[in-house]
Design a protein around this ligand. Structure first.
Ligand code: NAP
Length: 245
């Protein structure tokens, strides 16, 4: 992609890592955002550089407005203004509603939804001026169909849909697209802690007959970031092996 700059939040592990590696393999210069996993983020950059790509890792807690804004500033200084933003960072704090603590609600909304607002707002002016941009946000099938024990997570992930569609409407005439990817069950640290019986129940509900891999999501993100997806905006691509069709 002619060295375009892509910022991927939460790229030290899991889906974000796969997106960063995939974008780099397609010629993007990649900023690997992370919060705590400095060594893992460094390892992602090493893999990218070993394959001839360009990558820098940048630490920020994207649930903080100040840190999200300084993340975008740092990336702009080190690589150039982001032309692709992948809002991927996310957490779960699962609990049944009747037991859900305020802190579980607040942490998930701040990390999974406020961060998307902060990071997208920080890049949108540059993208509109440049008349090119790609906003991608990683939601979840939980945001589409709900999930018992995830009222906080599903609310944040559904919020992303309304946010991204509004951004898409505001920026479409300036060559900026904004789209959502809604993954189903993808094998990462986030899902590895689930009990075996729950995992088996999920597996039996997936027509594809297998869990998703981070790469399945990364390929969809790379497509949305590409010139081939120039006329696709305000859409939700579900990557779930058919689970919620
Ligand atoms: P993961 O393996 O747990 O990785 C989470 C990533 O987010 C890490 O890189 C982590 O950084 C980063 N992160 C968390 N809080 C952050 C914060 N406040 N500021 C900056 N970075 C932060 O998760 P994953 O499974 O790859 O999930 C990635 C995204 O896909 C999430 O938005 C998740 O909700 C969504 N998703 C996942 C699945 C699934 O089945 N796995 C399904 C649907 C949607 P550090 O490690 O550096 O702290």
């Amino acid at each position: 992609m002619n060295g375009r700059v892509a910022l991927v939040t939460g790229a030290s592990r899991g889906i974000g890592r796969a997106i960063a590696v995939e974008l780099a393999s397609r010629g993007f210069r990649v900023a690997v955002g992370y919060q705590n996993s400095a060594a893992a983020a460094g390892a992602v950059c090493s893999v990218i550089r070993e394959n001839g790509g360009t990558a820098v890792s940048v630490q920020a807690d994207v649930s903080s407005r100040e840190q999200a804004e300084s993340l975008v500033k740092t990336v702009s200084n080190e690589l150039g203004a982001p032309e692709v933003l992948v809002n991927n960072a996310g957490i779960t704090r699962d609990n049944l509603l009747m037991r859900m603590k305020d802190s579980e609600w607040d942490d998930v909304l701040r990390t999974n939804l406020n961060s998307v607002f902060y990071c997208t707002r920080a890049v949108i002016r540059g993208m509109m001026k440049a008349r090119f941009g790609r906003i991608i946000a990683v939601s979840s099938v939980s945001g589409l169909v709900g999930n018992a024990g995830q009222a906080n997570y599903a609310a944040a992930k559904a919020g992303i849909l309304g946010f991204v569609k509004s951004v898409a409407r505001e920026s479409a005439s300036r060559g900026v697209t904004a789209n959502v990817i809604a993954p189903g069950y993808i094998e990462t640290d986030m899902t590895s802690a689930l009990p075996e019986e729950i995992k088996n129940g999920i597996l039996s509900s997936i027509p594809a007959g297998r869990y998703g891999e981070p790469k399945d999501v990364a390929r969809a993100a790379a497509f949305l970031a590409s010139d081939d997806a120039a006329y696709i905006t305000g859409q939700v691509i579900t990557v779930d092996g058919g689970m919620t069709m």
